[in-house]
Design a protein around this ligand. Structure first.
Ligand SMILES: CC(=O)N[C@H]1[C@@H](OP(=O)(O)OP(=O)(O)OC[C@H]2O[C@@H](n3ccc(=O)[nH]c3=O)[C@H](O)[C@@H]2O)O[C@H](CO)[C@@H](O)[C@@H]1O
Ligand SMILES: C=C(OP(=O)(O)O)C(=O)O
Length: 420
């Protein structure tokens, strides 16, 4: 077991290189199940979730080879199984992304039901209903989604009841090899959807409209190999920018896409951050206590739920009261009791956290409960008086590559300690 020890009070200065996006890399790696030939994926972040994905692909029979830590060549020709077992799915919900590709490629799939997770119930009914519309027979029994199709999947018109990111991705992947045209309406518009569509098209798929709420996929009989570079991580970028806003200083994020972060940059500017940006970089300078901001999470292009916890930390030390409304997940405020242990003054009213900013947080022992909650505790630790001990940091390692090294490079006092 490992923990972070953060000693607060240092400003952040310098440049940080942003890694590839977890939420783009995972579906892109799963999409490697689809083609007839090997693919090479680069700018893959070095994360626990990526290791889990590769273990899952290997379990399904695929071979892979790493050129370096951020590049992986995957050979789908040895695909020989269709079962994603509980022991892998339980550690990573995104494992459900093998469902669409397996059904399209092998005509059958058996995928453990992901179940709920810390931030909410997170059902996968839309994935299942969409695949049924494409001709799949699906039952859920013994904790598994068991799906089969006679011949190829068939193109269908699918209207999603709720915007779902991985739901859109699963259906988009399945539809690439279906017979005929599939349309997905009320599709998610996240940048990661565009990245996946670009990768699928690189392999010969015919996907159009990604990034809008209607995606059209003309099925093809097979996909070929190719190579692709994963987009940079907008949530990691946002996390470092909030860290700079809270700790003060000037931080430049390199290898990032400023256009993917409009809603977050708008709120950082409202908080008093001085932002400049170029083609692939963003700099934030902060020389005063943040101003409070009000935030409502919603599907892209609105404010991302994956940045909500970090902004709760920001509001905790702002010079006034700001509120955060979470509309995507029903239980995504578990960082609030931990931030309170550090002296934050936050009231929870339903899906809204009302944060009365305080001038000082104090170091404390706190516990990570999920990925972004963990990030908020690290940010709070950077500005707290004294020492903050953050336990259960495997949550943060799921989604941030060497966060402590990157922060140390910017001047933070943070270390990873192996507990006895
Ligand atoms: C690996 C990955 O990309 N994860 C992201 C993805 O998760 P994920 O794709 O799991 O999240 P969804 O977009 O599916 O969830 C959005 C909402 O739809 C609901 N829903 C979803 C599917 C379904 O079949 N039925 C249903 O009711 C969910 O419970 C939730 O309330 O998008 C979330 C919302 O931006 C992000 O927080 C996650 O970081
Ligand atoms: C909730 C997240 O990821 P996942 O969907 O993989 O749990 C996240 O990246 O913040």
């Amino acid at each position: 077991m490992e923990k972070f020890v953060v000693r607060g009070g240092r400003q952040l200065h310098g440049s940080v290189t942003i890694s590839g996006a977890k939420n783009a890399a995972l579906p892109i790696l799963m999409a490697a199940l689809l083609p007839q030939e090997p693919v090479t994926i680069s700018n893959v972040p070095a994360l626990q979730d990526v290791e889990t994905t590769l273990a899952l692909l290997q379990r399904l029979g695929l071979g892979y080879q790493r050129d370096d830590v951020h590049s992986v060549a995957i050979d789908p020709r040895s695909l020989n199984d269709h079962k994603a077992p509980y022991e892998l799915v339980k550690t990573m919900r995104a494992s459900v992304l093998v469902l669409g590709p397996l059904l399209a490629k092998r005509g059958k799939a058996e995928v453990s039901l992901p179940g709920g997770c810390a931030i909410g119930a997170r059902p996968v009914n839309l994935h299942i209903e969409g695949l049924r519309r494409m001709g799949a027979e699906i039952v859920v029994e013994n904790g598994y989604i068991k799906a089969a199709v006679d011949g190829r999947l068939r193109g269908a018109e699918i209207l999603l009841d709720t915007v779902s990111v991985t739901g859109t991705e699963n259906l988009m992947m399945a539809a690439t090899l279906a017979e005929g045209v599939t349309t997905i309406e009320n599709a998610a518009r996240e940048p990661e959807i565009i990245d996946l569509a670009n990768f699928l098209n690189e392999m010969g798929a015919k996907v159009s409209g990604a990034g809008t709420d209607t995606i059209r996929i003309e099925g093809v009989t097979e996909l070929h190999g190719g190579s692709y570079q994963v987009m940079s991580d907008r949530i990691e970028t946002g996390t470092f920018l909030v860290a700079a806003m809270v700790a003060g200083g000037e931080v430049r994020c390199e290898n990032t896409d400023p256009h993917a972060l409009d809603a977050v940059l708008k709120k950082l500017a409202e908080a008093g951050g001085q932002i400049s940006k170029g083609n692939d970089w963003i700099t934030l300078k902060a020389d005063a206590q943040p101003k409070p901001v009000n935030v409502i999470t919603a599907p892209h292009p609105a404010f991302p739920t994956d940045m909500q916890a970090q902004f709760t930390a920001l509001n905790s030390v702002a010079n006034g009261t700001g509120w955060i409304r979470e509309t995507i997940f029903e239980n995504r405020f578990m960082h609030v009791p931990e931030l309170r242990r550090m002296g934050a003054n936050i009231e929870l009213e339903g899906n809204t956290a009302i944060c009365h900013g305080v001038n000082r947080l104090t170091g404390a022992e706190v516990m990570c409960t999920d990925l972004r909650a963990s990030a908020s505790l690290v940010i709070a630790g950077l500005v707290a008086d004294g020492e903050t001990c953050i336990e259960q940091i495997h949550h943060i390692d799921r989604g941030y590559e060497r966060i402590e090294e990157k922060l140390r490079q910017l001047g933070a006092d943070i270390e990873r300690i192996v507990c006895q």
